[in-house]
Ligand binder design. Structure first.
Ligand code: PMP
Length: 432
């Protein structure tokens, strides 16, 4: 596959854009490097690159593009928003409509606010939880990604009864001393952390179904225990549903699992591909936020009509009959195809899937927490990624990411993908 034009653009990019990319994983760091493909257009389940190659896409822009690329209903909404004025700096009726749609789908969102990214949404839920509880610390789970604000770029200390260490240069030790990180699915560790720091803890933050070290479900009772332990300590529970909201059903993972947080952060899918974040939750907690309360949050672009109308259009598409059932069935077909190929060619591949989102790990039998995911084989994944790319299947360039199906994937794309997997497995994966 010729990708000469991508090579040229990447060389040029590195002369003007730091590192040549505007988000680090796009530089293929997780798959041993290489030249990132410069994509030009997307349509349904497909992407076309600047050299004219086409790919079946499972990146879905890291999740938001659940209705496929350039979905006509969303495109029309964005065009109309552009024609009507892209930014007004005033309230619009569309924000009311969209907030009501979110609240109807996710009843715990008694009050909502729109921001511009998942990072902002998460960052603000933490501020609100601190304002409400008058406490400083947060507890989070290892490997869950919550955006790039300081408080969530903190790695675990040396155990549940210690605070963390900066996970990025520029995050101060003071900030890291406000954060405790424990393993996902480990209620003992959470209990130990709360025994130690409970009285200082404003909130426990969790991805209810993890999407950031592959697709990892909570074990039965885990999220109930998170709620019980946090609340017993007087702490709030924040769900980061930036990936999961509207991914598995029309609603949040919280609806699917039947557990309710105090606050929820969202993003990705709810913008239909335009920049967005939203957060919300219990009304008495949300009333901490300005202009009603003392916790400040603002935004020039917050609630902009283009993102909001794109989001409304996306949710309208997702209200269609059988949408999620279809993604689930196709996800199952893909999973079974990959598992069969792995068995036939004796490749140690392990698939974890929730509805239309799945992860293929190599060299591990089961992934329950970040340590399991980390121990999966990076070199094999990198070899798999690059070979799949050369066969026209576009995956996320990291062993920790999920493959996302869209409403536009059909049996045809799934079967072609399985065929590509079979060819790659037959050829073999390099382990070095
Ligand atoms: N939370 C989760 C669970 C995420 O997956 C991400 C992004 N991958 C974020 C927060 C940050 O969202 P954004 O990139 O829109 O800032």
């Amino acid at each position: 596959m010729n990708r000469q034009t991508s090579e040229t653009y990447y060389s040029e990019a590195k002369e003007v854009i730091l590192g040549g990319v505007n988000s680090p994983s796009r530089a293929y760091k997780g798959v041993g490097g290489g030249t990132p493909v410069f994509m030009e257009t997307g349509s349904g389940a497909y992407l076309k690159d600047v050299d004219g190659n086409t790919y079946i896409d499972y990146l879905a822009a890291y999740g938001p593009i659940i209705t496929g690329h350039a979905h006509p209903h969303i495109t029309e909404a964005i065009q109309q928003a552009a024609a009507d004025a892209v930014l007004l700096g005033t309230p619009t009726k569309y924000e009311n409509t969209f907030a009501a749609m979110l609240q109807e789908a996710i009843p715990s969102l008694e009050r909502v606010r729109f921001v511009n990214s998942g990072t902002e949404a998460v960052m603000t839920t933490i501020r609100v939880a601190r304002a409400y509880t008058g406490r400083n610390k947060i507890i989070k789970f290892a490997g869950c990604y919550h955006g790039h604000s300081d408080l969530v770029l903190v790695a675990a200390g040396s155990g549940p009864s210690t605070t963390g260490n900066p996970d990025s240069a520029g995050v101060t030790k003071n900030i890291a001393s406000e954060v405790i990180t424990v393993p996902f699915n480990d209620t003992h560790a959470l209990k130990e952390a709360l025994d130690h720091f409970g009285e200082e803890t404003a909130a426990v933050m969790v991805e209810p179904i993890v999407g950031n070290f592959g697709m990892v479900e909570p074990e039965p009772g885990f999220l109930e225990e998170v709620n019980d332990l946090a609340h017993a300590a007087g702490s709030l529970v924040i769900y980061d549903e930036v990936i999961t909201a509207f991914r598995f059903m029309y609603g949040g993972a919280q609806n699917m699992l039947g557990v309710t947080p105090d606050l929820t952060a969202m993003g990705k899918i709810i913008g239909g591909g335009l920049p967005i974040g939203a957060y919300g939750g219990r009304r008495d907690i949300m009333e901490e936020v300005s202009p009603m309360g003392p916790a400040y949050q603002a935004g020039t672009m917050a609630g902009n009509p283009a993102s909001i109308r794109s989001g409304i259009a996306c949710l309208e598409v997702l209200q269609g009959n059988g949408i999620y059932e279809k993604m689930d069935l196709l996800g199952q077909r893909l999973q079974e195809g990959i598992e069969q190929a792995a068995a036939d060619y004796q490749i140690p591949a392990h698939v974890q899937r929730v509805c239309g989102a799945l992860t293929v790990y190599f060299g591990v039998d089961s992934v329950k927490n970040f340590a399991d995911a980390e121990s999966s084989d990076t070199a094999m994944f990198a070899s798999f990624f690059h070979q799949m790319l050369d066969k026209g299947v576009h995956l996320a360039p990291s062993k920790f990411e999920a493959w996302f199906l869209t409403t536009e994937h059909t049996e045809k794309e799934i079967d072609q993908t399985i065929e590509a997997v079979r060819e790659v497995f037959e050829n073999g994966l390099s382990t070095a």
